[in-house]
Design a binder for this molecule. Structure first.
Ligand code: GRF
Length: 200
């Protein structure tokens, strides 16, 4: 039996996806172990959510760094020293540089609140409503240098209702994000182990 994969999670805000991943990791101790939990915002609600579950968060406040490169170097060092296998971006609201992404190529996954390739970027729910889209949802994908453009791992569809506002739609999408992210991690973990085996 191979060792549990070491998972790093990076978040910026309320951390509901981060919590779903923590629950998933705790429920599968033979498959996963939490290597590192990183947040770039010292006031993020998710920090106390993690604490309540017994996990400390490493705070790497991007405003403390002169350059993005310095900020990312600090994150990279944290991840490397924790021997991270797979990195989950769980509502991490900074765009990572091409250099960072290359360094961790094929090992970073992200959850995005739309059915990619539709609605990359922000305000996805309002844009779907404005377009009269019938279907919306969320996507777990690999992170590449181009924003929200990496290979899709899994998606869940949510039907847009006639009277939906951005808020009601966001809430229904968030409800399915949590399971989708855990499923996406499971698929990425299988691919990661396969890939490692092929290289060895
Ligand atoms: C989620 O909607 C996620 O798809 C997006 O940012 C939001 C984060 O929410 N990337 P939470 O912090 O996980 O609750």
């Amino acid at each position: 039996m191979s060792h549990p994969l070491r998972i790093g999670i990076i978040f910026s805000g309320r951390g509901s996806n981060m919590k779903a991943l923590l629950d998933h990791i705790q429920a599968k101790p033979d498959t996963y172990t939490l290597a590192n939990l990183i947040c770039n915002k010292p006031q993020a609600i998710g920090i106390s959510v993690a604490k309540a579950q017994g996990f400390n968060t490493t705070i790497i406040d991007h405003t403390r760094f002169d350059t993005k490169t310095d900020f990312e170097t600090e994150i990279s060092n944290e991840l490397s020293s924790a021997n991270v296998d797979i990195i989950c971006l769980a509502g991490f609201m900074r765009i990572l540089s091409a250099e960072f992404v290359r360094k961790w190529d094929g090992r970073i996954i992200n959850i995005h609140p739309s059915l990619l390739p539709a609605y990359k970027g922000l305000n996805t729910h309002q844009r779907a409503i404005d377009d009269g889209a019938q279907w919306h949802g969320c996507t777990v994908h690999y992170v590449v240098a181009d924003m929200d453009a990496g290979e899709i791992i899994t998606q869940t569809r949510v039907q847009v209702k006639k009277d939906d506002t951005a808020e009601t739609l966001a809430e229904r999408v968030l409800n399915v994000e949590h399971k989708t992210f855990c499923d996406g991690l499971d698929l990425a973990a299988i691919a990661y182990r396969e890939n490692k085996r092929t290289k060895e």
